[in-house]
Design a protein around this ligand. Structure first.
Ligand code: PML
Length: 258
């Protein structure tokens, strides 16, 4: 099969410590003819990221041996929140409507605004609010995802009409669509850890990909991702899907214009 997963991760060691700080990551699924261009673009991105200069860039290029699963793109909406207080209130209200308990939602906010930067996403039981990922420092890394070739131009048109056709939005929407396609995940909340990117989102099949501007103040490096797990769901199976199952996002329904 002529499909390849290309992924990049850039990091920098923290002086006098074993730990490293995440600088940038990106990935896609493409055909063999596009590997070179894709990998060069990712390396350029790692070298020009606002989080600074990495001292390690790892690019992995891997052939897929099974056809990727086709998953639907979540409909995109943007809220009109104008400061972090309003934005975080909207996150909270949306999560509570989705059957996420207040405790779970508050614990998620702590992950997003806490000092400790996680490499991947946190998983929180939507009822008890307890963390469920096996390694809470590493978290879970959603991987092996891309946009179906037939959907790329419609996606670009749809996002351009709204003035948001950027790599950041395309990649976050693809990731959120992969996460939302798993039946054990009730919702996701995300706040970018880029200091110059303040829009975050809540995503779930019933709310779509709800972009929430001004979730934090410009210059803040806080951020992260949290997935809310259905109580009693099989965590291992869900992690296996998020990290290992190759998926391509396609557009199935006409998109609302907002
Ligand atoms: C990220 O940096 O990965 C998260 C970006 C979240 C928001 C993207 C958007 O503007 O829709």
């Amino acid at each position: 099969m002529n499909m390849w997963n290309v992924r990049m991760r850039a990091a920098r060691k923290i002086e006098n410590k074993q730990a490293e700080v995440h600088i940038s990551g990106a990935e896609t699924i493409c055909e063999r003819k596009d590997i070179d261009r894709t990998a060069s673009g990712f390396i350029h991105r790692a070298l020009t990221h606002p989080r600074g200069w990495p001292d390690r860039i790892i690019v992995t290029i891997e052939q897929l041996y099974e056809p990727p699963l086709l998953i639907p793109m979540l409909p995109v909406r943007t809220a009109d929140t104008s400061d972090p207080e309003q934005a975080l209130q909207m996150v909270l209200d949306t999560l509570l409507r989705l059957d996420v308990s207040r405790k779970a939602a508050v614990n998620a906010m702590k992950v997003l605004t806490g000092k400790r930067q996680m490499r991947g996403a946190a998983i929180i039981d939507a009822s008890s609010g307890k963390r469920c990922e096996p390694d809470s420092l590493r978290g879970v890394r959603v991987s092996r995802l891309g946009v179906d070739a037939n959907a790329r131009s419609s996606l670009a048109r749809m996002l351009s009409r709204r003035g948001i056709n950027t790599e950041t939005v395309r990649e976050a929407l693809t990731l959120a669509s992969k996460v939302a396609a798993h039946p054990s995940i009730i919702a996701e909340v995300c706040m970018s850890d880029d200091p110059d990117y303040t829009t975050g989102y809540v995503a779930a099949p019933s709310v779509g990909y709800l972009r929430i501007p001004n979730m934090k103040l410009m210059g803040s490096s806080h951020g992260g991702r949290v997935f809310f797990l259905k109580p009693g769901a099989d965590v291992e199976k869900m992690i296996e899907y998020l990290e290992r199952k190759a998926v391509l996002m396609e557009i199935r329904n006409p998109q609302p214009r907002t």
